[in-house]
Design a binder for this molecule. Structure first.
Ligand SMILES: *[C@@H]1O[C@H](CO)[C@@H](O)[C@H](O)[C@H]1NC(C)=O
Ligand SMILES: *[C@@H]1O[C@H](CO)[C@@H](O)[C@H](O)[C@H]1NC(C)=O
Length: 916
């Protein structure tokens, strides 16, 4: 019984020897911090009283009162006690199809904060019923589908196994602690009722209220997720159990960490407390719905991986996702927190941003530059300097005298404009937004109840209280065309600085004892704040869309920097203020994938790096990688040199044009991947292990990725590279995406390929069909009527399948069934097109667009001659004599069926006969 510190070194009084280990581990764990970020501005675990108290702290004194265990429907409840601490709380274990929810809370009179708005409203419909397998005086054994859960009473512990194999245990290391709310007393330990960081006093009126626990994954060497950190995808250990030394734990606290260091467990702009564990044959997940500051330690032993979580306040509301495949984990998470909102088609094109495009002439010039250099793009962005003194919703009249005309001109080329709107409101009584918000008491208050006054871009600012639904509704109204002067339906929005960033606050954010709606302290919802602001903004665009277009409206596009679980239902995020160096290019991949598997696939990194100046090589390579980012935007800092795609010399311009054009070629495939993200929560850019969980060697890979199921990209991430080591998992076959040639790696899947500045090593996965659009256009709007190409890559049986999702690309009409989702399959030389089984056929959305080209790779031999007949009518569509003519962009070893002119939304089959 009693407390025992297993990580004494983290408590700040470590011996010389542990300090030595600490330094050693710091370097061995590769968490060197670069000098650009001001590390000392941000807290470490030892600077946060609750982390100091609970991380790594054991307490064997928690137990279940056996007499209190009760069943009711899907729930099992019990009293969880700790005599020494006087804790008496309720444990609830709820069963759902595919996941389990553990809740620990005090009685309602204590009013602990419960995160609102994140869970899906229909969660209740997924409830399942436990079946009781055994109950003794010591434990209870329950069953749910394939899973068994054992609740051990004393010491308190929960074990979960799937098909008889243990996959997770909760409190196996007795690191569960629940600080129940209490009265202040003489002699209470330091840090309970007040603490100070860098001169900022946190008054902590509710005293200690932190919660911690451990979660262990047996036989598991890789855990992922918990974004946002600039680290490897497979999380490095932060604690070494053998010698008790530690590095910093992963921190989840939304902060404006500019020039963040790659390879650091620092908390960045967004937080999703969702962890994945992957071992051979089983993927599981754990999601803690808690928006307070959080730290997570990861430790690895020969027996598996152990994690130790602590949050400053709130309740324990922990979802354990039972997988057992990666796709199932994604689907379960989407059932809990929602799937990705379907983006507008244009949002998947290329975005050109800069802090700042100076004035209207500058915008027009950049817009014209894309046409002059024949580079497609869809959106031009305006940063803070477009406003009148950083008063959002206003325009600097001398720089942007006629913003409506400007947007209309950009729109006449099929393009959009994005403006920035941040949550800090200039405290200027003459500014209408400030005036209304102040009069209505819509601002966050300081601990004394006055409107909080913090410093941000406009100077002295107040921050909207987005927890209050009335404030969100009022905010949404500000986007009406009649309110937002100078806006048009072609204007979309960007929310920055919404962690929130406060230049004068502790750790460049807001005081934790600030007050929100109904006297909730900021500490409880810090990580949710930015997501609520994002949500209010997106609601504004939805309402504007309804006013302009009627009930099918216009899907919103709002990019956010801060995020939380559930942000996927609102819009995309980007990975914040990165730097123009190779390390940041490299780390963008694990960052994007980590956010993607945490249910938020629509994200990307600033191309070129926000700070600094990329040279032509880095800028070229970055664009070549970003072709495949789910969100593709070039951006640069105010002090950075201009970097429009044509400013790096002729060769670089050609290569960047190729990279951006390749993006547009892939858009039908990418849009289809987003349809899957919208229906089942699948990520778009995927780790190799997501597609090949049965290949153990993929589990640690994060310098290659899959774009959907069909394309593997092994991008060049090193300066001056002359070759690239490529890993092609599984049996294949794989084909070079450039030549269509089969690629033969060694038995382990490895091969080394030579590279030039033109190379983007990427591979077609046999068995898949990708829909493409190959005609070069200036924007997605200009390609709207273009025909499609099917790229068919055969597997070893000569088969392949793939799909294409189509709708109007902009409205919500698809939610009324106005879409088509085509399934293409190729077998025994027959290619057919039908509506996805289960959907109404014919589809309710149809077009007269056609397939203009079918490219088949993997026939294994050049075709001497071939013929294509329509099945049913017998009509001969085409005959050809080999060898196949080579064309630019067509793999050399492919058979190309030209102009079959088959309707993309019509049902048909064609039979191909080939003479070798
Ligand atoms: C690590 O901590 C454990 C538990 O406190 C202790 O038994 C062990 O001796 C420690 N190991 C070292 C190397 O200090
Ligand atoms: C798909 O996105 C739309 C918004 O575009 C949303 O309303 C819908 O709920 C999403 N689908 C799912 C299954 O979450």
């Amino acid at each position: 019984m009693g407390e025992e510190m297993i990580n004494p070194s983290r408590k700040g009084n470590h011996s010389f020897l542990t300090s030595f280990f600490l330094i050693f581990l710091f370097s061995s764990l590769q968490f060197q911090l670069s000098t650009s970020v001001k590390v000392e501005d941000f807290k470490k675990c030892t600077d946060a009283a609750f982390c100091n108290r609970l991380l790594g702290t054991r307490d064997e004194g928690y137990y279940i009162d056996p007499a209190s265990v009760q069943f009711s429907g899907p729930s099992v409840t019990a009293r969880l006690l700790n005599k020494a601490k006087g804790t008496d709380v309720t444990l609830t274990m709820k069963a759902y199809k595919g996941f389990v929810r553990l809740l620990v809370n005090e009685d309602a009179s204590k009013k602990r904060f419960e995160v609102p708005g994140v869970l899906m409203h229909d969660l209740g419909s997924r409830e399942a019923i436990w079946s009781k397998k055994a109950q003794t005086a010591q434990s209870l054994l329950l069953q749910l589908e394939d899973a068994e859960m054992q609740l051990q009473y004393s010491p308190f512990q929960i074990g979960i196994s799937i098909k008889g194999k243990p996959v997770m245990s909760f409190n196996g290391r007795q690191m569960f602690n629940f600080e129940h709310l209490r009265q202040k007393q003489e002699g209470d330990p330091e840090g309970w009722w007040e603490e100070t960081f860098k001169g900022h006093v946190d008054s902590k009126p509710r005293g200690p209220e932190a919660i911690s626990f451990d979660l262990e994954f047996p036989d598991t060497q890789h855990v992922y997720g918990l974004p946002e950190h600039a680290t490897s995808l497979s999380l490095n250990p932060t604690v070494d159990l053998a010698d008790n030394a530690t590095s910093e734990p992963y921190r989840l606290y939304n902060l404006d960490v500019f020039e963040y260091a790659p390879e650091s467990p620092f908390g960045l702009y967004g937080s999703i407390p969702f962890l994945w564990a992957q071992k051979l044959g089983v993927a599981v997940g754990a999601f803690w719905l808690n928006a307070a500051e959080m730290y997570v330690d990861v430790g690895k032993t020969e027996e598996g991986t152990f994690t130790n979580w602590v949050a400053e306040s709130g309740i324990l509301d922990l979802f354990l996702l039972l997988g057992p495949t990666p796709a199932k984990v994604s689907e379960q998470y989407a059932q809990i927190t929602g799937a990705t909102a379907l983006p507008q088609y244009f949002a998947l094109g290329y975005h050109q941003c800069r802090w700042n495009y100076r004035d209207e002439a500058d915008v027009r010039q950049v817009d014209a530059g894309f046409d002059a250099y024949d580079i497609p793009y869809d959106v031009i962005w305006l940063d803070i300097e477009h406003t009148d003194g950083k008063r959002y919703f206003t325009w600097d009249k001398s720089l942007f005298p006629d913003p409506v005309k400007l947007q209309e001109d950009v729109a006449s080329h099929g393009r959009k404009v994005v403006t920035i709107i941040d949550p800090h409101i200039k405290r200027d009584p003459g500014y209408y937004i400030y005036q209304e918000a102040e009069q209505n008491h819509y601002f966050v208050r300081d601990k004394d109840g006055k409107d909080f006054d913090g410093w941000c871009w406009p100077g002295s600012s107040s921050y909207l209280d987005m927890l209050n639904p009335e404030v969100r509704a009022w905010w949404a109204q500000q986007f009406a065309l009649s309110k937002y002067k100078g806006s048009t339906p072609n204007l979309y929005v960007w929310n920055d600085m919404n962690e929130p960033s406060v230049f004068t606050g502790p750790e460049i954010t807001m005081q934790k004892d600030n007050l929100h709606w109904r006297e909730v302290e900021h500490r409880n919802l810090h990580n949710l704040y930015g997501a609520l602001f994002h949500q209010g903004t997106a609601e504004g665009l939805i309402e504007r869309g309804k006013a302009v277009y009627g009930s099918d409206a216009d899907r919103p596009f709002v990019l956010s920097r801060a995020f939380f679980a559930g942000t996927q239902r609102v819009g995309p995020i980007w990975t914040g203020d990165n730097c123009a160096d190779w390390k940041h290019l490299r780390v963008s991949l694990p960052m994007i994938m980590s956010v993607g598997i945490a249910g938020l696939p629509f994200n990307g990194a600033d191309v070129g790096g926000f700070f600094g100046n990329p040279d032509a090589e880095l800028q070229t390579r970055w664009n070549q990688v970003a072709t495949f980012y789910p969100f593709f935007r070039g951006h640069a800092h105010l002090d950075a040199k201009r970097r429009e795609p044509w400013l790096f010399g002729e060769d670089a311009t050609r290569r960047i044009r190729d990279a951006i054009r390749a993006r547009y070629v892939l858009l039908p495939y990418i849009y289809t991947l987003f349809r899957h993200a919208n229906t089942t929560g699948l990520p778009v850019m995927r780790p190799l292990w997501y597609e090949f969980p049965e290949v153990e060697a993929t589990h640690g890979v994060d310098d290659e990725f899959m774009l959907g199921p069909a394309l593997l990209v092994s991008p060049v991430l090193e300066e001056g590279a002359e070759s690239r080591a490529v890993f092609l998992p599984g049996k294949g076959p794989w084909y070079s995406a450039r030549t269509g040639e089969p690629v033969k790696p060694d038995a382990g899947g490895a091969l080394t390929v030579p590279v030039t500045m033109d190379s983007v090593p990427s591979y077609l996965r046999g068995g898949h069909i990708m829909p493409l659009r190959e005609r070069a256009r200036r924007s997605t709007a200009a390609a709207r009527k273009d025909p499609y190409t099917l790229l068919v890559a055969l597997d070893s049986e000569g088969q392949a399948s793939g799909d294409l999702y189509l709708d109007d690309g902009s409205s919500f009409a698809y939610k009324r069934g106005l879409f088509a989702h085509r399934l293409f399959s190729f077998k025994d030389g027959m290619l057919s097109n039908q509506e996805l089984p289960g959907n109404p056929s014919p589809p309710r959305y149809s077009t007269d667009l056609v397939i203009e080209r079918i490219i088949i790779v993997g026939l294994g031999h050049p075709a001497k001659s071939f013929s294509v007949k329509e099945v049913g009518t017998g009509k001969v569509l085409q005959t050809g004599a080999g060898p196949v003519v080579q064309e630019a962009g067509v793999p050399e070893l492919a058979l190309v069926i030209r102009k079959p002119e088959l309707p993309v939304t019509g049902d048909w089959s064609i039979q191909l006969s080939v003479t070798a």
